[in-house]
Design a protein. Structure first.
Length: 132
């Protein structure tokens, strides 16, 4: 992660033959969505003047690894489903209308969620070098 001075080990999931001894890229994608939704909820709550007394975000995803393992060409590569569960409590007395406004704005404003819903084009460039 350039510029932040943090090294994040990346593992390979046991379902594809790895030891799953570190977070996998899929784990990182789920964590990115959870972290973004958490920070977005806090940001929007602050803007709306809603005091959150508790907030917990969890993300789960399902994948059929036959796609990435090229076992079945009819199985897509990638997650088939993702679920983002946001459990929160606002200060007692917060109006239902304000809670609904918070939920709608937080979902709409979550950058990672919106990127996953409408992905941008991605260009992959492979750069090789001679080993000799």
């Amino acid at each position: 992660m350039d510029g932040c001075g943090v090294v994040v080990p990346i593992g390979t999931h046991a379902a594809v033959g790895g030891p799953h001894d570190s977070p996998t890229p899929g784990d990182m994608l789920c964590a990115a969505l959870a972290a973004c939704q958490d920070s977005t909820m806090r940001l929007i709550a602050n803007l709306l003047g809603v005091e959150l007394t508790s907030l917990q975000v969890s993300v789960t995803a399902t994948v059929d690894v036959r796609g990435c393992m090229a076992v079945d060409p009819n199985v897509p590569v990638g997650f088939q489903t993702m679920a983002c569960d946001v459990r929160f409590t606002a200060r007692t007395g917060t109006s239902t209308e304000l809670i609904e406004k918070l939920k709608l704005a937080a979902e709409r404003s979550c950058i990672v969620q919106q990127t996953l819903k409408s992905p941008p084009p991605i260009v992959t460039t492979f750069i090789t070098s001679d080993s000799g």
